[in-house]
Design a protein around this ligand. Structure first.
Ligand SMILES: C[S@@+](CC[C@H](N)C(=O)[O-])C[C@H]1O[C@@H](n2cnc3c(N)ncnc32)[C@H](O)[C@@H]1O
Length: 283
């Protein structure tokens, strides 16, 4: 099975229970939504969502922009089915099973959004540039993804035990800032969750379908994993490293094989870091 099929199947298996456990994901979508609402938009805007999952962000978009036309896409057909079920009262929504790195859509979007999906891409930076070309001349590509410090506590637990971890290598703030120079906006936030044990953290990832390690990671032997889990007997805090990207069209060009971005003026950026109180975990 290819990696993308494995990722789709793992998320698909969690689709029925995803929203009961996706507290941090709901928070990230809410934060992205606040950024979207800060801009002015045409009344009957066309929105493309990449990696809609069960429709957490989709429903927020529809509540805020009831006149919009929205295409919700996801790699996992079961996620798309669940999103369709959850948003059945809206008529201006279409759904499609689609790989966000190989979108089969035409140009002409006012807003392209994605919440906590970009980190699953094989080539996140290049894909950002490619997807941006699908925007209308005044359109925006607005994404929240995970950064290189995501779950740094979990990484440290492994490092201290002399083990390698299965967390993927996500692009850093510096990498995104090198790609998206001002006036495009690149900001980060950290969001922490307490788990009663390291095992509870792993089980939490499984309930979300987000338990696929990076490609090629050999799983730890059972005994090694047990020893590792015993190194944090009083539980573990894990922090999401959220990176918010906001770039306006027209900004993409290819220059001798390198992706370069030309952002249009007028946006404000602060590049601030926000820390939020820990999220309460549902039992
Ligand atoms: C953590 S969930 C986020 C879902 C939703 N955006 C939310 O905020 O709840 C990640 C989603 O990305 C989807 N996904 C993973 N790789 C993808 C890809 N290459 N193209 C499109 N969707 C992808 C998964 O199927 C899953 O639904």
């Amino acid at each position: 099975m290819t990696r993308s099929r494995v990722v789709a199947a793992t998320f698909g298996a969690a689709a029925h229970q995803y929203e009961r456990h996706a507290t941090a994901q709901a928070h990230a979508a809410q934060r992205l939504m606040a950024r979207i609402q800060a801009h002015a938009w045409p009344n009957s805007m066309k929105i493309l969502e990449i990696g809609c999952g069960t429709g957490v962000l989709s429903r927020a978009l529809l509540r805020r922009f009831p006149e919009c036309r929205l295409l919700c896409t996801d790699l996992s057909d079961r996620m798309v089915q669940q999103a369709r079920c959850n948003g059945s009262e809206w008529h201006q929504v279409s759904f499609a099973v689609m790989d966000g790195e190989q979108l089969a859509v035409t140009r002409g979007w006012d807003l392209i959004v994605s919440s906590l999906t970009w980190q699953w891409f094989v080539t996140p930076l290049e894909t950002f540039a490619r997807v941006g070309r699908l925007l209308n001349p005044d359109g925006r590509l607005m994404v929240v993804t995970l950064g290189d410090q995501n779950f740094h506590e979990w990484r440290q637990l492994h490092t201290r035990a002399g083990l390698s971890h299965g967390m993927p290598d996500y692009p850093s703030m510096a990498a995104w800032r090198a790609l998206l120079t001002p006036p495009a906006c690149v900001e980060e936030e950290f969001l922490s969750q307490d788990h009663p044990s390291p095992l509870a953290f792993l089980q939490h990832l499984r309930t979300l379908g987000a338990n696929q390690p990076r490609a090629g990671y050999p799983p730890l032997a059972a005994g090694t994993l047990r020893r590792l889990l015993r190194t944090a007997p009083h539980g573990i805090t894990t922090s999401y490293h959220l990176i918010f990207l906001d770039a306006r069209a027209p900004f993409f060009s290819h220059d001798s094989g390198r992706v370069s971005l030309q952002t249009s003026a007028g946006d404000e950026h602060a590049g601030q870091v926000h820390f939020y109180p820990k999220l309460a975990m549902r039992p």
